[in-house]
Design a protein around this ligand. Structure first.
Ligand code: LLP
Length: 433
C-alpha cells in the first residue's frame, strides 16, 4: 500500500508498466494483474513446506480469479488448483491445466459436473455430503472407473470474519458434520466402496482470517479425527487439507500475519499433533485463493462526475463499480485508492468514491482519502485481484472490464472487454403465441 512502484514521471507502475498508459491503451474500467506477485506468493507458500520438510500441495482456490491465463500461470509455478463448478473445470481444461492437479469442490455438484470431472480424470473429488457419495458412485459405475476422493468435514471452528465468508462452524451448509457421527458414517461408506480411493480429509474454516488460533484449532482437530479413524477403522488419511482463508491487508487498519506465517503454524501444529498421537505425518495441502490473487490485482477507473453536497462528503464517481467489484456492497469490504498519475500525492480530501451503478450502495470506497481529483483522472484501487473480476456481473447491462497481465515491463490482454453485442448475444426476441 505504501511502497507502490513509481516511475520517473511520478506515475504508478504495475509490473513495470505505467498505469496511466495501461488505462490509455486498454481503456477503463480495467483489471490489471502484476504476474510476478502471483508467482512470488506461490513460491513463498511452497518454501514454507520445503523448509519444514513435509509433502504438500499448494492448491490455488481458483474461485478468487479464474481465467485461462491465470490457470496457465498457476501451472507454470507447478501449483495445483481447486475448482468448484463445471465452468471453472472447463476453463482449466481450455488452459491445458494438468487434470491430475485439480481438486473438485462444491456442496452440490451436479451429475453432469461429476461426469465431466470423472471423464477428465481430475486428481481428487472432495466429497461434501451423502447425496454426492451416491451420485459419484453412479457416475463411476457408469464409466466403470474409480476416483480419488477426500472428505470435507465441518470442524466446528468459527473464524472471526464476515458471516457470509465463514464456513467452518457447525451450522454451515458445507461438509459432513462431525459430532452427529455423519463424518464417520460417510467414511465407512467410502472405505467400503471399491471405486473410491480415500485420499484424505479436508476442512476450510473461512476467509480473510487474521488470527492463527482458528487454523491451529482446525489443524489439530483434523489430526484428532485422523487418529480416531485410525483407531476405529484402521484408516489413516494420507492428506490433511486445511483449506484457505489467509487474510491480506486491504487498508492500513488491517494487520494480518504474513500468509506464510499461517502456513508455518499449521504445518507445525499438524507435525506436533501427529507425533503426539502416534500417526504418520500426512501430506499437508492448502487452498489459498485471496492471498495469491488479491494483492496482485489493481482496478483502474476513470473519474467522471462529482457531486458536492454542502456540509457533507462529496461523491466522486468512476466508470465502474459494483458490477466489477461487488465486495464493498456485499461485505462492506474496504480498499485504498491512489491516483495513477500521482500515487504519492498527499490526500487533501475525503470523498465517497462511488460507482456508476443505479444503487445507493454502489460505493467502492466510503471514505477515500484522495488528493485533488478531476474528471478524466485515473484512479487505481489496490489489492482487488481476488473476488473482484470473478464475482463480476452485467448489472445495468454494463459490459465486464478487460483483464490485462503485466510482467517485466510488458502487458498482455488476457480477457477482452465485453462488448454491447456480447450482452445481447444470448437474448432471443419474444413473440406471444
Ligand atoms: N477452499 C475452500 C473450500 C473455500 O471455500 C475457499 C473460499 C477457499 C479455499 C479460498 O479461501 P481464500 O484463501 O480465498 O480466503 N467472496 C468472498 C470470499 C468467499 C470465499 C469462499 N471460499 C469474498 O469476496 O471475500
Amino acid at each position: 500500500l505504501t511502497n507502490q512502484q513509481i516511475n520517473e514521471a511520478g506515475h504508478l507502475t504495475i509490473g513495470g508498466v505505467d498505469a496511466t498508459k495501461l488505462a490509455a491503451q486498454y481503456q477503463t474500467p480495467l483489471a490489471v494483474y502484476d504476474v510476478s506477485k502471483i508467482r512470488n506468493q506461490i513460491r513463498r507458500f511452497k518454501s514454507v513446506f520445503e523448509d519444514n520438510g513435509v509433502d504438500y500441495a499448494v492448491s490455488y482456490a481458483s474461485k478468487a480469479f479464474a481465467t485461462i491465463a491465470m490457470y496457465q500461470v498457476i501451472d507454470q509455478e507447478d501449483a495445483h488448483i481447486d475448482v468448484v463448478s463445471g465452468g471453472e473445470l472447463y476453463t482449466a481444461i481450455q488452459a491445458g491445466f494438468p487434470m491430475a492437479h485439480v481438486s473438485f469442490h462444491g456442496n452440490n455438484k451436479f451429475q453432469a459436473e461429476l461426469e465431466m470431472a470423472v471423464s477428465n480424470h481430475v486428481g481428487v473429488i472432495v466429497l461434501d455430503n451423502f447425496h454426492e457419495i451416491e451420485l459419484l458412485n453412479d457416475v463411476l459405475e457408469a464409466h466403470d472407473t474409480s476416483a480419488a476422493v477426500m472428505m470435507r468435514i465441518t470442524p466446528g471452528v468459527s473464524a472471526h470474519t464476515h458471516e457470509y465468508i465463514s464456513t467452518g462452524q457447525e451450522d454451515s451448509k458445507f461438509g459432513f458434520d462431525l459430532n452427529s457421527g455423519q463424518a464417520a458414517k460417510a467414511l465407512q461408506q467410502v472405505l467400503a466402496n471399491p471405486r473410491m480411493n480415500m485420499l484424505g480429509i479436508h476442512a476450510h474454516i473461512g476467509s480473510q482470517i487474521f488470527e492463527l488460533n482458528g487454523f491451529q484449532m482446525a489443524a489439530d482437530k483434523l489430526v484428532e479425527i485422523a487418529a480416531d479413524w485410525h483407531a476405529q477403522f484402521g484408516y489413516q488419511p494420507e492428506v490433511i487439507n486445511v483449506g484457505g482463508g489467509f487474510g491480506i491487508q486491504y487498508t492500513k487498519d488491517d494487520h494480518p500475519l504474513a500468509p506464510e506465517a499461517f502456513v508455518d503454524a499449521i504445518v507445525k501444529t499438524i507435525k506436533q499433533s501427529a507425533s503426539d498421537r502416534g500417526l504418520d505425518m500426512p501430506a499437508v495441502w492448502i487452498e489459498p485463493g485471496r492471498s495469491i490473487a488479491g494483492p496482485a490485482g489493481y482496478s483502474l477507473y476513470t473519474v467522471g462526475s462529482r457531486k458536492d453536497v454542502p456540509g457533507l462528503q462529496s461523491y466522486l464517481t468512476v466508470d465502474g463499480g459494483m458490477g466489477d467489484n461487488i465486495r464493498p456492497a456485499l461485505y462492506q469490504a474496504e480498499y485504498e485508492a491512489v491516483l495513477a498519475n500521482d500515487p504519492a500525492a498527499k490526500p487533501t480530501e475525503t470523498v465517497h468514491l462511488a460507482g456508476k451503478y443505479c444503487e445507493s450502495g454502489d460505493i467502492l470506497i466510503d471514505n477515500a482519502k484522495l488528493p485533488a481529483t478531476k474528471p478524466g483522472d485515473v484512479v487505481a484501487i489496490l489489492d482487488t485481484g481476488a473476488y473482484g473480476y470473478s464475482m463480476a456481473s452485467n448489472y445495468n447491462r454494463n459490459p465486464r472490464p478487460a483483464v490485462v497481465f503485466v510482467e517485466n515491463g510488458e502487458s498482455a490482454l488476457v480477457v477482452e472487454r465485453e462488448s454491447y453485442a456480447d450482452l445481447t448475444r444470448l437474448d432471443r426476441p419474444y413473440q406471444a403465441k
